[in-house]
Design a protein. Structure first.
Length: 143
């Protein structure tokens, strides 16, 4: 009698441990994506805050750059900024605007009263501080 009861208990315990077709979850299903585990076309890691700089020919963090211009008239409850990077000879300047993907490289404009760089309707001028204009309207300024 005890052998029969023991056999039934053992069988039930064995059956209860079977997964009935369930498989182990894949690691990607159980773990969140790894920060810095992605790369863009230049090998930069956007999820870690890196973006490619044409002038530096390297991955940079815009929020770590020395020259940052603040939004003049923010439309939101927060202020955005523009990071500015100069070429070694100061003839080109690269700007990272929140409204565009990547960056824009402006070229030095000669024969101006103040140092000025331009590409299309985007102009950066250095007076007592920097002013970034788009369509002849100051949108960012600083340092």
């Amino acid at each position: 009698m005890y052998k029969k009861l023991f056999s039934i208990c053992f069988l039930m315990a064995s059956l209860s441990t079977l997964s009935f077709g369930q498989t182990e979850p894949k690691p990607s299903e159980t773990l969140p994506p790894l920060v810095g585990g992605d790369t863009d076309a230049h090998g930069c890691k956007p999820s870690a805050g890196y973006t490619f700089s044409v002038i530096k020919n390297d991955c940079i963090r815009t929020f770590e750059q020395e020259i940052q211009l603040n939004e003049v008239k923010p439309k939101n409850s927060y202020k955005s900024f523009v990071a500015v990077i100069f070429s070694d000879d100061k003839k080109q300047v690269e700007i990272f605007m929140p409204s565009i993907t990547g960056s824009i490289v402006l070229s030095e404009k000669l024969k101006t009263k103040f140092p000025t760089w331009q590409k299309g309707n985007i102009i950066l001028t250095k007076r007592s501080k920097y002013y970034l204009k788009q369509a002849n309207r100051v949108i960012f300024s600083g340092k």
